[in-house]
Design a protein around this ligand. Structure first.
Ligand code: ATR
Length: 290
């Protein structure tokens, strides 16, 4: 890599970000796209000074991860209407108007597109029925995307009140976890952290129910083959692993930043290589980085 005065700056802000897989994926993409750019992880507890610094230093594109996806919004100049509706931003674009000093910072949300694109590889979303496990920040993006694409969404969550709240916001159904046996759907999506290392023997749904679904998607990617995905395969379901959403939301980010089509296959390989590298180093932490 030849870093010089024309190198474009990209990165991720969050706290913590040391675990993030995004640098491996984005740097592989930038190189394959022939872009003179570099993508770095930047740990900050303060999105206000973080955005001010990035603005001054001439950054082009930034990923925003937990815990700043909501707090960062008040420090931006423009917010994409869909991101405003979701109430969270995971992507920043910095633009300098030609001949002007002023930098305009615009926020987007690509998480919901990431999960839609991952699922749309296997099922036609419009008119499909999808059961979503969980009602946190990740579930919000996933469910929003599904509703936007015309799917019928059913939400279940350990804390019923939170699940009912998300369902009401989206205008979809909630089902208590003790009644899941009644649900049959095209897809099941786990948005909870259940099954994540070091608790990889855990599973968010009774495995005996998995044959009620054609496709099962997990957003946990450490381990890559979660117990949920293993049991789903055994039950004859098609499976989508946790890297798919991460990969697809990143591809949309790169499109926003560069205007070019990103190389999904190269990005996927970079993610798998990075996971394997960490595994062999034996000190992988287990985040959900979207
Ligand atoms: P994120 O932003 O990653 O979605 P979050 O907002 O903390 O994180 O949400 C985590 C989701 O995983 C929630 O739906 C949570 O259920 P509760 O609302 O009951 O907390 C769910 N979750 C986490 N650990 C869980 C567990 N052990 N069993 C069931 N659900 C769990």
């Amino acid at each position: 890599m030849n870093i010089n005065g024309k190198t474009q700056l990209f990165g991720i802000i969050g706290h913590p970000v040391t675990h993030s897989l995004s640098p491996a994926m984005h740097n592989a993409a930038l190189m394959a796209m022939g872009i003179n750019g570099v993508y770095v992880p930047m740990d900050t507890t303060d999105p206000a000074t973080g955005v001010a610094g990035l603005r001054t230093l001439g950054f082009v594109g930034i990923s925003v991860t937990v815990p700043h996806k909501v707090a960062v919004m008040e420090h931006l100049d423009e917010i994409d209407p869909v991101a405003r509706k979701i109430g969270a931003v995971n992507t920043l674009l910095f633009r300098r108007k030609p001949g002007e000093e002023e930098v305009v910072v615009r926020g987007f949300n690509t998480d919901w597109l990431g999960s839609n694109l991952a699922l749309a590889d296997r099922i036609q979303l419009a008119g499909s029925r999808v059961l979503v496990l969980g009602a946190g920040g990740a579930a919000k993006g996933v469910c929003f995307g599904l509703v936007e694409a015309g799917a019928e969404v059913i939400i279940t969550n350990r804390t019923e009140e939170k699940g009912r709240g998300l369902a009401a916001w989206l205008g979809c159904d909630f089902i208590p976890s003790d009644q899941l046996g009644k649900v049959r759907a095209d897809a099941l999506v786990n948005t909870t952290s259940v099954g994540m290392e070091p608790n990889s023997a855990d599973i968010a749904v009774n495995p005996n129910l998995l044959d009620h679904f054609s496709v099962v998607m997990d957003i946990v990617y450490a381990p890559l083959q979660t117990r949920l995905l293993q049991e789903a395969e055994r039950a004859g379901c098609q499976t989508i692993d946790g890297l798919s959403m991460l990969l697809n939301q990143a591809a949309v980010q790169l499109k926003i930043w560069t205007g070019k089509r990103p190389p999904l296959d190269i990005m996927r390989r970079a993610l798998e290589d990075e996971l394997a590298r960490r595994k062999s180093g034996g000190n992988i932490s287990a985040p959900k980085d979207i």
